[in-house]
Design a binder for this molecule. Structure first.
Ligand code: PLP
Length: 398
């Protein structure tokens, strides 16, 4: 009896998603994460990966993983505070801190967990955690797990953020923003956010999942893009699963913040440390970034410019983004899904992003570019995008 009630609800939920074009499904990828990829048994050109520099299958990274598996085995064996914190983790933290110019860095298993940690560990009841409305889901979850008051301001609107601060009685202030917004590709107004944060004695926290490895001097990220560094009142999270092509994440900040996270962040304490092979891959990726950033990034920039120029000439509704995330705003969920399906039939993987990831009626195709794409692949996807867009407009008017 009980199970029938539960099953009926699950089935009803699924039906409701179907009628709103909101069902998501997983594709089975059958090959290495590269621009030309096997997807559900066929081959497509992939414009949906976060592997912006093409590092995820780099020979140096693969070699590092194989070598470290021989010497260190496969699992870390325990959490960091028990006996899972290996010298590899420690060295990598020092390298990351040194790279972004912070006193200390702390490795986390994922960016999701790092974001939970910062929100929960540094906030008390009565504090205010103030977020850009388009912040990543993991930041929102972190804010909701904390004891603090959670408010949001209009996207990149620093004036609105200040109004929120003034209208909310609070003790400490934490100002939180994605560095590069994951579904829009635009960049946070970090200089103004920092000024606001300083004015109200706040802590600015930048989630740089999509900026680290791409923006700033040598790929140091969004803070560096604005000539800023991690300091006593700015923290950053960088992830290793996107431009670095690996897995994991780190928080960089002043030693006192890092120490507090070690002592109190539950998503740090109660989980197994990253496998040594993954740490080895991350270190190799960072080394690659240090030695090759110029050539990797110039290829990526050339691809971004090429895509933007051509898309503008074709009249595709691009959002204002200079990053590898180039969304094409469609609007209706149904249209975005139809276009994505047409693209897939033409041999291109460009996902439709819908609510709840973005606001309802703001569905879009999210094109993600990589240094590994060839100009030919970019021209080909533009042709397919243009054809799908025209088709969609004809259907809308019919
Ligand atoms: C992907 C992403 C995360 C989560 O990082 P993972 O390491 O994949 O858990 C956090 N914040 C933003 C903005 C992201 O895009």
């Amino acid at each position: 009896m009980n199970s029938t009630v539960w099953q009926a609800e699950m089935v009803a939920r699924h039906r409701s998603r179907e009628t709103q074009f909101l069902v998501r499904s997983r594709r089975n990828m059958g090959s290495v994460q590269q621009p030309f990829i096997e997807c559900d048994g066929g081959w497509v050109t992939n414009f949906s990966s976060n592997d912006y520099l093409g590092l995820s299958s780099h020979p140096k990274l693969i070699e590092a993983v194989a070598d470290h598996a021989q010497h260190w085995g496969v699992g870390a064996g325990a959490s960091h505070l028990v006996c899972g914190h290996q010298t590899l983790h420690h060295l990598f933290e020092e390298e990351l801190a040194d790279f972004v110019g912070a006193e200390r860095a702390l490795l986390f298993s994922t960016g999701y967990m790092a974001n939970l940690a910062i929100n929960v560990a540094s906030l008390n009841r009565g504090d205010l955690t103030l977020h850009d409305r388009l912040n990543h889901a993991s930041l929102i979850d972190g804010a909701q797990l904390s004891a603090a008051q959670f408010k949001r301001y209009q996207h990149v609107n620093v004036e609105h953020a200040e109004q929120r601060i003034l209208s909310t009685a609070h003790n400490k202030l934490q100002l939180v923003s994605d560095g590069v917004f994951s579904m829009d590709g635009d960049i946070a107004p970090v200089t103004d956010l920092q000024a606001l944060s300083i004015k109200y004695h706040g802590l600015l926290f930048i989630d740089d999942a999509h900026g680290f490895g791409v923006l700033g001097k040598g790929g140091r990220g969004t803070l560096s893009h604005f000539d800023k560094k991690v300091t006593g009142d700015i923290l950053m999270v960088g992830t290793l699963g996107k431009a670095l092509g690996c897995f994991g994440a780190f928080v960089a900040g002043d030693a006192c913040f890092i120490e507090e996270l070690i002592q109190s962040a539950r998503s740090y304490i109660y989980t197994t440390a990253l496998p040594p092979t993954v740490v080895a891959a991350g270190r190799a990726a960072l080394a690659q970034l240090k030695s090759d950033y110029f050539s990797l990034n110039s290829q990526l920039q050339a691809n971004i410019e090429h895509f933007k120029d051509a898309a503008q000439q074709l009249g595709l509704p691009l959002l204002p983004s200079i990053t590898p995330i180039q969304p094409i705003l469609i609007g209706a969920e149904k249209d975005a899904v139809a276009m994505s399906e047409q693209l897939s039939e033409s041999g291109f993987l460009v996902p439709a992003i819908r609510t709840p990831t973005v606001a309802k009626g703001q569905a879009r195709l999210r094109v993600a570019l990589s240094a590994a794409h060839t100009p030919y692949q970019i021209d080909a996807v533009l042709d397919a995008l243009f054809a799908a867009y025209q088709n969609c407009q004809q259907d809308c008017c019919a």
